[in-house]
Design a protein around this ligand. Structure first.
Ligand code: GTP
Ligand code: MG
Length: 304
């Protein structure tokens, strides 16, 4: 099947074509940009929910519990898990449970991405995946990533709604403001509320939330392993979505997201040029010493 045949079959809902389409996009097979151009025209309906937070705070467990509820409500969610730390394609990040749920339910699709083989960085790969899920009719699209560094925050920051998950063992870090991710939260989840110290974090986050102008992020306590508080999280997502529509902030975020995705795509294209000398002339000139690397780089990037 050519990429465009695959695309047509996927858009018509064929499940195997959908899976193959996603894989071919991940592999950046020939013709992938044309496929993205079409997908982009079909996308734009899904609510993008970023889930970030400190390592081990229970993000995947929470995502699984949210999916249970969404599927119960007959929705067709999708999950993109982005693992910036692992050089391996991780099953660990997302957890077996979510994988098994996806295997058993055609309404749910999941994909995880790791640092491995990501020439243009994780950001570009994840934005194309999110666009594909959106175009294929999945809504909402959940994006999970560990919030430790800058690039992950960038991935999550383009969501419509950002959920920051913390747990009691990270109380001190949150309090000390070390977890910089706290600033980008539209909803705070204090998970592992069954553990000591949860109410302390809840108090700190409530204070942070009260200082915000405009939307005041709700602070929700959960025990994701038992599904406790999950309904409140979904409720908070719904309220924030409504807020985005009513204030027009949703349009602002959408525009900001498209600009960020363009930046990601530029980074990928540049990375491709930096490693793939399909026209090797400039590379040869630099190698021989007849051209300096800086002028050559500018010519490559500017297409001159
Ligand atoms: N006690 C308790 N344990 C929990 C809760 N939620 C998750 N856990 C446990 O915490 C551990 C980590 O959960 P994950 O869902 O994998 O956490 P994560 O944030 O996705 O982890 P990374 O993706 O590795 O950063 C697992 O052993 C879970 O069973 C909770 O509410 N209470
Ligand atoms: Mg996880």
């Amino acid at each position: 099947m050519t990429p465009s045949e695959l695309l047509s079959a996927a858009l018509e809902g064929d499940r195997r074509s959908r899976a193959r389409l996603l894989s071919s996009l991940e592999d950046r097979i020939d013709g992938w940009r044309e496929v993205m151009a079409t997908l982009d025209k079909h996308a734009g309906e899904a609510h993008l929910v970023g889930i970030t937070g400190v390592p081990g705070s229970g993000k995947s467990t929470l995502v699984g519990a949210i999916l249970d509820e969404l599927l119960e409500s007959d929705l067709s969610p999708a999950v993109v898990a982005v693992d910036p730390a692992s050089p391996f394609t991780g099953g660990a990040l997302l957890g077996d449970r979510i994988r098994m749920m996806a295997a058993g339910d055609p309404r749910l699709m999941v994909r995880s991405m790791s640092a491995r083989g990501r020439l243009g960085g994780l950001a570009s790969g994840s934005s194309s995946l999110v666009t594909a899920f959106d175009a294929l009719g999945h809504d909402p699209v959940l994006i999970e990533t560990v919030g430790v560094g800058q690039s992950e925050v960038e991935v999550i920051d383009v969501a419509d709604t950002v959920i920051v998950v913390v747990s009691p063992e990270w109380g001190d870090a949150v309090q000390a403001g070390k977890a910089g991710i706290v600033e980008i939260g539209d909803i705070y989840v204090v998970n592992k509320a069954d553990r000591p110290g949860a109410s302390n974090i809840e108090r700190v986050l409530t204070e942070v939330a009260e200082e915000r102008a405009g939307w005041r992020p709700p602070v929700v306590s959960t025990v994701a392993t038992d599904g406790i508080g999950v309904f409140e999280v979904i409720d908070a997502i719904g309220s924030h979505r409504e807020h985005l529509v009513q204030t027009g902030e949703g349009d602002d975020r959408r525009r900001r997201r498209r600009r960020a995705w363009l930046r990601h795509a530029i980074e990928e294209e540049v990375a491709l040029r930096a490693t793939d000398p399909d026209d090797g002339t400039l590379w040869d000139e630099v190698e021989k010493g007849s051209l300096d690397p800086w002028t050559a780089a500018a010519r490559l990037v500017n297409g001159g």
